[in-house]
Write a protein that binds this ligand. Structure first.
Ligand SMILES: *Cc1c(COP(=O)(O)O)cnc(C)c1O
Length: 340
């Protein structure tokens, strides 16, 4: 397909076939060389653990086109390390960090014509995943594994860019207190489809998950992390073993502290004490920062800064992160990997 017909500024967050993806197989205790392939399908055993027991994990990161035309990745080493924490949790083999980064680089280079131009706000989204394959029947780790990275050019995850959206708390949980919430494993997401659908039907962008043990504390905003800005300008984000540790969130904590001179705290965020925040947002690779207009809890809508305008602190955080990711603001050492 020709990329000339793509309207880069109008891309949503959806799949588009690109030219190449990367595949590597793990057999007899080792990974093969790995290679780029043109097809966007895979053939696996009917009895693969990935299909029956959810033995699979994934990552998400983006390639950004800078002003000078070069392409860069944002903290891919952190995605590689997180994938290995997921692998460990569900008994899948370790994937060397260098192999993960090399696979991402190869996929970006091979699909360079799909990396959106600078200034469109669009990026090339990379989706690495690792799954258990091979013949197996009982509940046990798979005999073989497959690691793949594919990509698609994407625009903003929530429509409207930096326009605030509203969320509602869910009565469902996405993860158990000491379950797999901190691992990016597929099993956490099938169960989120219904609460998501319920929230959308009621006119919200997505649902907010509370802590599974007491349902009194905010944990996640759909598949993004939560942050709030207190009236005295502290950056607050929830701490819990069932939250997926967002690389965007940890990057924002660093930016808040080192670039904006704010105090930063990871601690409980009580859903009955939202008054402590003057602004709030959701953050993640796909969402970047999505300002939270309001949160509906037990039928009452709590509005933060505004339902229509982004707050000034959230805007500063967004501009700094976005600037770093696209190469316009100097990044902390080691955050940017140039694709060469
Ligand atoms: C991937 C993900 C995030 C965001 O993580 P980033 O590393 O910032 O992309 C947040 N919450 C959930 C549940 C996720 O799956």
């Amino acid at each position: 397909m020709s990329t000339e017909t793509i309207d880069w500024g109008k891309l949503g967050f959806s799949y588009m076939k690109t030219d190449f993806s990367y595949i590597s197989y793990y057999k007899d205790g080792q990974w093969d060389e790995g290679k780029l392939v043109e097809e966007n399908t895979i053939t696996i055993a009917q009895s693969a653990t990935a299909l029956h027991y959810g033995q699979q994990c994934f990552e998400g990161l983006k390639a950004y086109r800078a002003k000078d035309g070069s392409i860069q990745l944002f903290r891919p080493d952190e995605n590689a390390k997180r994938m290995n924490r997921s692998n460990e949790r569900i008994m899948m083999p370790e994937l060397p960090v260098e192999k993960f980064i090399d696979a991402c680089m190869q996929v970006v280079k091979a699909n360079e014509r799909f990396v959106p131009p600078y200034g469109t706000g669009a990026t090339l989204y990379l989706r690495p995943f690792l799954i258990g394959v091979g013949d197996n029947l009982g509940v046990r780790p798979a005999p073989e594994y497959l690691f793949c990275v594919f990509c698609a050019p994407v625009g903003p995850y929530f429509k409207g860019g930096l326009a605030p959206v509203n969320f509602m708390t869910s009565d469902f949980d996405r993860a158990a207190p000491y379950g797999t919430g901190a691992a990016k494993v597929g099993g956490n997401y099938a169960g989120s489809l219904m609460p998501h659908e319920e929230a959308v039907k009621k006119g919200f962008a997505d649902c907010i998950y509370l802590d599974p043990a007491t349902h009194t504390k905010i944990e996640e905003v759909g598949a993004a992390n939560f942050f709030g800005i207190t009236k005295d300008d502290k950056f607050i984000t929830p701490k819990s073993p069932s939250i997926l540790p967002s690389i965007t969130k940890y990057s924002l904590m660093h930016i808040a502290k080192e670039y904006l001179g704010m105090d930063v705290e990871e601690r409980d965020v009580l859903v009955d004490n939202l008054d402590e925040f003057k602004e709030a947002g959701a953050c993640g690779t796909a969402a970047v920062i999505t300002p939270i207009g309001g949160i509906s809890h037990k039928g009452n809508l709590h509005v933060f800064h505004s339902e229509t305008e982004v707050g000034p602190v959230t805007k500063k955080l967004y501009d700094t992160l976005y600037g770093i990711q696209f190469g316009d603001v100097e990044a902390p050492e080691g955050w940017i990997y140039k694709v060469k």
